[in-house]
Design a protein around this ligand. Structure first.
Ligand code: PMP
Ligand code: GLN
Length: 380
């Protein structure tokens, strides 16, 4: 086995799903998006599966898909991209990230990650041979500020990865935080990779703020997206990368070498999904807002302290009141005693977090969440 795999295992996210099955736990661990995809995309649309293309596409993907992505970005955040040259269809946001890292960074380059971060960033950096440079953000607000960011950047730093709305905290980056990112990126000529897979899932009235719409960020930013979250189809493995033409052109070549293209039939269905109107998204947000409140009340009633996410579909729960030292211990008690699976906060940090956090996903049917809340009520 190659040296670059040293210490790597299957992601804790997927591994927790296996453990939940083994012990019969309700799985709030891995974000599996177990709510129904939009019915109009699955059935009753213009085309049947037999009629769609089944061969390779060009590496950048089908025009119909890229145009739908460009229209959607314009509609949801005012981000303008040329579908002909600035959009690439990818095998999920994960495929977009891998192709971006491969295309734009050299082995040994440093990449700033803001803790807590989506755990695949770390494994993706390792596989490509890049060095994580963590910047610790602390609760309850987990805000990016200039000083710790500047302190983390060295002369080997080449890029930053940001995520808004965030997994695991659900925080949305503010304009002020993105201006800090822009200032530091300019000072050190850094690439900014912004993971915006949860761009359609948020709980207040203000629309999604795309990093690439902030002054001085467009020319150095690659935006990653996924259809998995907005349309509850993570198993489709369909996402996209957008950005300046010269960057997307290089990512296209890397993606070609890695996977040839994204699944062709799903790009056609994906375009149909991306063209859904505002009513769909309004209902999606209302549904997740309800689920978020319900699960947060369950954790609170159990004596724990969930945060109040602005977006995405996770609660980040401070379990200090369980009397445990680490998130790993808290997750173990919740799994074995309450039969509720969560992800230990350690999975989203390089260095141990300052509190025993667990992450709980609420992208589940109401009856499953109700069962989880009943089980959380079982005292210790
Ligand atoms: N980024 C974040 C923040 C995510 O939560 C996820 C899904 N867990 C991904 C990327 C990966 O998305 P995809 O399934 O499209 O590869
Ligand atoms: N996005 C989901 C999570 O954070 C699933 C990721 C995965 O299993 N690859 O749990």
């Amino acid at each position: 086995v190659a040296n670059r795999m040293r210490g790597l295992q299957q992601s804790v996210l997927g591994a927790m799903t296996v453990r939940c099955r083994q012990v019969g736990a309700v799985n709030l661990a891995q974000g599996l998006s177990q709510v129904p995809p939009p019915a109009s995309v699955l059935a009753g649309g213009a085309r049947d599966f037999a009629d769609v293309g089944h061969s390779y596409t060009q590496p950048e993907g089908l025009p119909v898909f890229r145009e739908a992505v460009a229209d959607k970005l314009k509609r949801s955040s005012g981000l303008s991209v040329d579908p002909a040259t600035q959009v690439l269809a990818t095998v999920g946001a994960t495929g977009a990230l891998m192709a971006t890292l491969t295309a734009l960074l050299d082995e040994g380059d440093g990449v700033v990650l803001f803790e807590p971060f989506y755990s695949y960033y770390l494994s993706s950096l390792q596989v490509v041979g890049l060095r994580p440079q963590p910047v610790r953000l602390t609760g309850p607000d987990f805000a990016i500020t200039a000083e710790p960011l500047r302190a983390a950047v060295t002369d080997r730093t080449r890029a930053m990865i940001i995520c808004t709305p965030n997994n695991p905290t659900g925080r949305r980056l503010t304009a002020a935080e993105l201006e800090v990112v822009a200032a530091v990126a300019q000072e050190h000529d850094l690439l900014v990779i912004t993971d915006e897979v949860y761009d359609e899932i948020y709980f207040d009235a203000s629309p999604h703020l795309a990093a690439a719409t902030v002054a001085n960020l467009a020319e150095r930013t690659v935006t990653l997206g996924s259809l998995g979250k907005s349309f509850s189809v993570p198993g489709w493995r369909l996402g996209y990368a957008c950005g300046p033409e010269h960057l997307v052109g290089a990512i296209r070549v890397a993606a070609d070498s890695l996977v040839v293209c994204a699944p062709a039939p799903l790009q056609e269905f994906g375009a149909r999904a991306l063209n859904l109107g505002e009513d769909y998204y309004r209902e999606l947000r209302a549904m997740y807002d309800r689920k978020r409140r319900f699960l947060a009340e369950g954790f609170t009633a159990a004596g724990l302290s969930p945060n109040e996410p602005d977006g995405a579909y996770y609660l980040f729960v401070d379990c200090s009141r369980m009397g445990v030292a680490t998130g790993a211990e808290a997750a173990e008690v919740l799994l074995e005693h309450n039969l509720v699976g969560t992800v230990p906060g350690e999975a989203f940090h390089l260095d141990a977090p300052d509190r025993p956090y667990v992450r709980a996903c609420f992208s589940l049917p109401d009856d499953v969440l109700a069962e989880a809340v009943d089980r959380l009520a079982i005292g210790g």
